[in-house]
Design a protein around this ligand. Structure first.
Ligand code: MRU
Length: 351
């Protein structure tokens, strides 16, 4: 079982404690975030990352940031909380979990009267509820997806959609953790995930800690390993799933889905309900984050391309729904044709 807590309240109070994922696997280092600048910087720089984790970190970070303004007059305090929320909401554009979480916090702000302390208490309750729900959603995804993983399965995943990307046992890795817990043998294969190497640095790290066999591939090996019969199924996470089932996820996911279709392999996506975006009709309207050229030219400080060369560095791509075999959510397993236009009306996992 995983033994990682990617995001939690700091023991001293209202700060947010994260694992600084930029330093893994060489160094394990926890950091506390206390204000809007450090929260936004941690999200932007991928110190904390993964769609569910940045949503929860953003919500908790809003509580931490708002606390500094508690002695302001109440109208000013309310305006400041809203502005802080909007700054955090815009820290990264693609994962819908971040606006989902901040909008829920701002709704709670609107629904709360009283002084600044009453508002901070209400926001703290809301963020804590989201933290608990996210953990439960991960567990529920595990239960929904576990039967798709046969004993002996060799599962290809991409990037990191595990405990490090959520506040629980992950999304794509959750059914794998549960399958292993139930005595199945599972081997995980993961592409490095260029340019920031979330596959080799993070997924390989957390699965190794959990004693689950994992093999790292260079990203370009996927097609030939499929052809050689070394992969049974693909299971990835998502940053945003449009109403028609198009899936935005880490760059490289689309290529894996194309290869999977060619080789007749199932391609599964696992995500909590907070990643379903009824307001995006299709993947065409999902904003794809463009990141700095330095990540490609000078990754981790080593110059690997002429520094003046042109670079295209989108952080995500969109896999069209027709390449997706099934979407495993905490509310059930959905098969195409998908229709998440009423996502907010899906049965509630809380019962
Ligand atoms: O840029 P990152 O590392 O935040 O990208 C993360 C991913 O693409 C994950 O697959 C996705 O957020 C799902 S995490 C449960």
């Amino acid at each position: 079982m995983h033994n990682v807590e990617a995001v939690r309240w700091s023991p001293e109070g209202l700060g947010v404690r994260i694992i600084d994922q930029r330093l893994l696997p060489a160094d394990y280092c926890e950091r506390d975030l206390w204000d809007v600048d450090t929260v936004c910087e941690a999200i932007r720089s991928l110190a904390v990352r993964g769609a569910p984790a940045i949503g929860i970190c953003g919500a908790m970070g809003l509580v931490a940031s708002a606390s500094a303004f508690r002695s302001e007059p109440i109208d000013l305090f309310r305006r400041q909380v809203r502005e802080l929320g909007l700054r955090i909401r815009g820290a990264r554009p693609t994962a819908v979990n971040l606006p989902w979480a901040i909008d829920r916090m701002l709704d709670r702000l609107d629904a709360t009267s009283g002084n600044a302390q009453a508002i901070i208490d209400a926001l703290h309750d809301e963020a804590s509820a989201m933290l608990a729900e996210d953990r439960a959603m991960c567990r529920s995804i595990a239960e929904q997806g576990v039967s798709l993983i046969a004993d002996g399965a060799r599962v290809l995943t991409h990037c990191n959609a595990g405990a490090l990307a959520t506040t629980g046992m992950g999304t794509a890795l959750a059914p794998i953790y549960l399958a292993v817990e139930r005595g199945k043998k599972v081997e995980v294969l993961v592409g490095e995930t260029r340019p920031l190497l979330q596959g080799s640095r993070l997924t390989a790290w957390e699965l190794t800690r959990a004693d689950i066999p994992v093999m790292v591939l260079t990203d370009s090996m996927v097609a030939s390993l499929m052809r050689a019969g070394g992969i049974d199924l693909c299971l990835v996470g998502a940053d945003r799933i449009a109403a028609n089932g198009d899936v935005a996820n880490k760059i490289g996911t689309y290529g894996i889905a194309v290869h999977a279709r060619h080789h007749g392999l199932p391609f599964y996506v696992a995500a909590p309900a907070s990643t379903l975006d009824a307001r995006s009709a299709s993947g065409d309207v999902i904003e794809i984050e463009q990141r700095s050229r330095d990540e490609v030219v000078r990754p981790f400080g080593a110059v690997v391309a002429p520094t003046e060369v042109g670079v295209w560095n989108p952080a995500f791509d969109v896999t069209p729904a027709d390449l997706v075999t099934a979407i495993i959510t905490d509310r059930g397993v959905f098969r195409g044709p998908f229709d998440f236009s009423g996502a907010e009306r899906l049965p509630d996992w809380r019962g």
